[in-house]
Design a protein around this ligand. Sequence first.
Ligand code: GRF
Length: 207
Amino acid sequence: MISIGVLVSGRGSNLESILDAVDNAYITKGKIKVVISNKPNAPALGIAEKHSVPGIAVDDHGFPKKSWEYDQKAMAALKTHGVTPRDGLVLLAGYMRIVSDQFIDEYHNRIMNVHPALLPSFPGLEAQKQALEHGVKVAGCTVHFAEKTVDAGPIILQAHVPVREDDTIESLSSRILREEHRIYPEAVRLFTEDKLHVDGRRVIIKA
Ligand code: GRF
């Protein structure tokens, strides 16, 4: 059984999709042990509570966006709940901080992120707006392992959606979000079933 910790900052819909996947036994070899939010008032903490999972606020007020000092506090909470660098899994789900190099090194290939664009296009903030403004005809989302460069780690799964002529940022974002809620639990399931093998930049999905 893989112990999972989820780092959040806001709404928590991706968190909920993974909690649901565990509740529905789509994910059977992983359990969410803790949800950690850098924002004490994040709705995601209420979602954790609804699912009877410990939700902890580790307030980042006063810390820079990337901080080893802050990450040590978050990592202590992960470890207290059994999410260890040896056999745990950390999920970034709408987490609006940049993970420090030391955190990435310690949980090497054990931190996943979901990004609302087909990486390597449109990394960073407001990815759906970037895609719409660029005029792409196909948009989508990516689940990848986190590495030191933001939104650049080995890609685990991607899903595409069409961009419509009358799309707004909201309509495109909600079409992409539905796919995030499908592929993030799928990537977690693959990891917990030991079906992911990282070979350089490529993630091989074992049969
Ligand atoms: C998602 O679109 C995710 O891809 C991005 O931030 C958003 C978080 O949404 N990183 P939620 O908090 O999971 O609802």
